[in-house]
Write a new protein. Structure first.
Length: 438
């Protein structure tokens, strides 16, 4: 298959899941069929294919784990290439801790997608969007989005049966929009710095051959010895990491997380190339003063989900009542049953709050519809026209037929008040159009 990566160099290289979707589009196949007929037989080569070949849903194929390696080999074979490792984080497996490195769901910059489409460039999703530490776009400095603005579905999987690059995995609508329509958040200086630093780091691994990156322990020892006088305690305090962890990172017990190196770049002024490739810090002046970082502690996924759920429910209760329990479930990509099971009290309060909002909204719609009906019937009376129910409903924004009973009641009362009460059902039917009476 003759298909090229959207970006062959730099920090905005394409992620493997995006490339796989573009391959399916090139063949004019739903991704479900592309995966089942072309990818799965290569992935399960030498093994028995499962009877139900479900689609991979997480971002593991863009990370540093075994799944990424299997997908790289399969896609290399399908596309007759040897360099697709650069579309994942595999080059960093000896340098960065795999846990919490890449998102298990999608994130995107709507401004970037809009620019791709407007300029005629290939629409793709860069690998930098997959990294957990990147929360703003390095180019437009706006928050990366994780929820569809059309249907509200959040934490979207990498793949779906019928999906395209840059589109929602649920409703299929385009996710790009112009920067002018975005609300620019007050992103902190460190958020922008972090995104651009990680983008520059990914440029080191987006090369045709093998990326020459130092191991995690070498990078940590270099930072500690050059900038913090060889003191793990001093380095830990400066970067918001436990000193005991610095000792293990430097000893090579396990690799250091990405946020440690990003914080080191921010505090010391060193570049990613100096840290991950050369270890030459001769042109770096000194450690920046006034840098303070909070210590990060690992939190189980179940606790993270519970905290996110409580936050969403609390924000909805503080709002105008337009958000329902189902909207909360969609934004977190879980079922409404899960919401009720985990936070029954908050869910009950939100359900009552939303019910009141829905009732008020429906009453406003009824009042507005009644005013429009009365105005239209009066206009018809002035022209000596007696309109039928279907014509009235269509003129007031309805569909003319199969409308709700309360609409017929409003129309009947309006006609009775304006034309007089002495109209019976036979006369009402005679005034309707022939299609309506039939």
């Amino acid at each position: 298959m003759d298909i090229q990566m959207a970006s062959d160099a730099g920090g905005r290289g394409e992620q493997l899941s995006s490339l796989a979707l573009r391959c399916a589009e090139r063949l004019s196949l739903p991704f479900r069929d592309f995966y089942r007929e072309l990818v799965a037989p290569v992935l399960y080569e030498g093994r028995t294919l499962p009877k139900v070949k479900g689609l991979p849903v997480s971002g593991a194929i863009d990370g540093t784990l075994e799944a990424a390696g299997i997908w790289v080999r399969a896609m290399n074979r399908l596309l007759i290439r040897t360099d697709l490792q650069r579309t994942t984080m595999l080059a960093w497996r000896q340098t960065l801790a795999p846990r919490g490195l890449v998102r298990t769901y999608r994130a995107w910059c709507p401004a970037c997608l809009h620019d791709f489409a407007e300029s005629g460039e290939t629409v793709y999703e860069p690998l930098v969007w997959r990294v957990v530490e990147v929360v703003v776009c390095p180019v437009h400095t706006v928050w990366l989005e994780t929820e569809c603005p059309h249907c509200g579905r959040g934490k979207q999987p990498s793949f779906a049966a019928f999906t395209r690059v840059g589109c929602c995995r649920r409703c299929g609508k385009w996710l790009g929009r112009a920067v002018a329509k975005l609300t620019r958040a007050s992103n902190s200086e460190f958020d922008v710095f972090s995104a651009r630093t990680i983008e520059s780091a990914l440029a080191l691994s987006n090369v045709e051959g093998s990326a020459e990156l130092v191991t995690s322990d070498v990078a940590v020892r270099a930072i500690r010895d050059v900038f913090y006088e060889g003191s793990s305690a001093q380095m830990g305090r400066a970067l918001g990491v436990l000193p005991s962890q610095i000792v293990h990172f430097a000893a090579g017990t396990f690799p250091a997380p990405l946020h440690l190196f990003v914080r080191a770049c921010y505090a010391t002024g060193a570049t990613t190339k100096q840290i991950f490739q050369t270890n030459d810090f001769s042109d770096v002046a000194r450690v920046r003063d006034g840098c303070e970082f909070e210590i990060r502690r690992s939190v189980p996924k179940r606790v993270q989900m519970s905290n996110a759920l409580v936050k969403k429910l609390t924000e909805a209760l503080a709002g105008d009542g337009s958000t329902s329990v189902m909207d909360i479930a969609d934004s977190l990509n879980i079922t409404s049953t899960t919401v009720w099971r985990r936070e029954r009290e908050l869910a009950s309060r939100l359900a009552l709050f939303h019910a009141g909002y829905a009732a008020q909204k429906m009453q406003r719609l009824k009042d507005q519809y009644q005013c429009e009906v009365i105005a239209f019937v009066k206009a018809c009376q002035a022209q000596r026209i007696s309109p039928g129910r279907r014509l009235i409903d269509e003129s007031c924004g309805g569909i003319g037929r199969f409308s709700r009973e309360w609409k017929w009641s409003v129309i009947k009362q309006a006609k009775a008040a304006i034309f007089g009460v002495g109209r019976d059902l036979a006369q009402e039917a005679s005034e309707s159009s022939p299609e309506e009476t039939t």
